[in-house]
Design a protein around this ligand. Sequence first.
Ligand SMILES: [Cu+2]
Length: 172
Amino acid sequence: MNRKRKLAMSVGAGLAPLLVMTLPVSPASAHGYIDSPPSRQAQCAAGTVQCGPIKWEPQSVEGPKGLSSCSGGNSQFADLDDDAKGWKVTPVGSTTTFNWTLTARHSTSTWQYFVGGRKVAEFNDGGAQPPAHVSHQVNFGGITGKQKVLAVWNIADTANAFYVCVDVNIGG
Ligand SMILES: [Cu+2]
C-alpha cells in the first residue's frame, strides 16, 4: 500500500498535552512485478541496467489506476520511463508467457497488457487473491518487432494498480 498509515497513540489521561505520534510505514515489502521476461524494474534489481531507488524495490511501482507510464507516476522511479536507458530487449514469440512475482497477494480485479496504447490482453480475477507466482499467456496478434509492453495489475480493493514495462522483440 502506498497509503501512509498513521498511528495515533494517546498516552494516558494524566499526561497533558496529549502526545500524538505519527509513524510512516515503509511500503518496501509489498506488491509485485514481472520477473520474466525481465521487466525494466527486474533489470534494475539485477544490475543489468544502472538505476536509482527502484533497484531496491522492483515490486513497488504503484500508482492510481488508469495510467500508461512505466513508473506509475512515481518520480523517484523515473528511470523506468526512460526508453533510451539501454534496456535489454528479450526476443519472444507471438504468444508469450509473462511471469509475476507477488510479494503481497492483493485481491485482484484485472491484469492488463498494452502495446503502443492498445490493449492486447486482459485477465479478470474477479477480486480473487492470486498465488505468489502468477503467469499469463499473452497473444500479440499481428504485432511484431521491438515493442514496449505495459502490464498493469489492478487491485480489487484499492484505487491503485501496479505498473510494469517489458521490452520485447516479437518474432525476433
Ligand atoms: Cu501492496
